[in-house]
Design a protein around this ligand. Structure first.
Ligand SMILES: [Zn+2]
Ligand SMILES: [Zn+2]
Length: 166
């Protein structure tokens, strides 16, 4: 558990340097597999009484499915985090995290920020063409006969143009 005591934060910013293990329950069902522990760093500081700001980094290696073509892939994640912890936080406000009794616990924020950050990294390659929306063909391997989706406004213009020319 990555914890920062409120008492310490009241005296000044606290440097964070730790990790969350691959098999930590807080990382269960994140939607991808972690190839190594998540390195957590940065600094937590008090903004005002009851409000704290963590600016730092999450670094890890993940395995999962390419978000375009669903091929198995792995990626290095190096994500900047900038999150707010607030006492009595509004439960409907996802941009803030709650504060535990007497301390800030970073684990839940690590989980959420890692999920947010990892999506863009999971690509088999930068220019992956993905799957055809019509027939599901992997467009990296072959092309298909599906027509590109027709823009209806353009079709309308085409029709007018044809009529005009006739
Ligand atoms: Zn892909
Ligand atoms: Zn197709």
């Amino acid at each position: 558990m990555l914890r920062v005591e409120i008492g310490d934060l009241e005296r000044g910013p606290v440097e964070i340097s730790g990790s969350v293990a691959v098999d930590d329950p807080v990382l269960e069902d994140v939607g991808f597999e972690l190839a190594e522990a998540v390195a957590v760093s940065g600094r937590v500081s008090m903004v005002t009484l009851g409000r704290f700001f963590w600016r730092g980094r999450l670094v890890t290696e993940v395995r999962g499915l390419c978000r375009r073509c669903l091929a198995a892939t792995s990626a290095s994640v190096d994500a900047a985090v900038a999150v707010m912890f607030a006492e009595g936080k509004d439960p409907d406000d996802p941009s803030q995290y709650a504060i535990g009794p007497g301390a800030i616990e970073l684990d839940e924020a690590v989980r959420e920020e890692l999920i947010l950050a990892t999506g863009p990294y999971l690509l088999c390659r930068e220019d992956c063409k993905g799957l055809c929306a019509g027939c599901g063909t992997d467009l990296n391997k072959r092309s298909c006969d599906c027509q590109p989706p027709t823009d209806l406004r353009w079709a309308g213009l085409q029709a007018m143009k044809t009529e005009f020319e006739e």
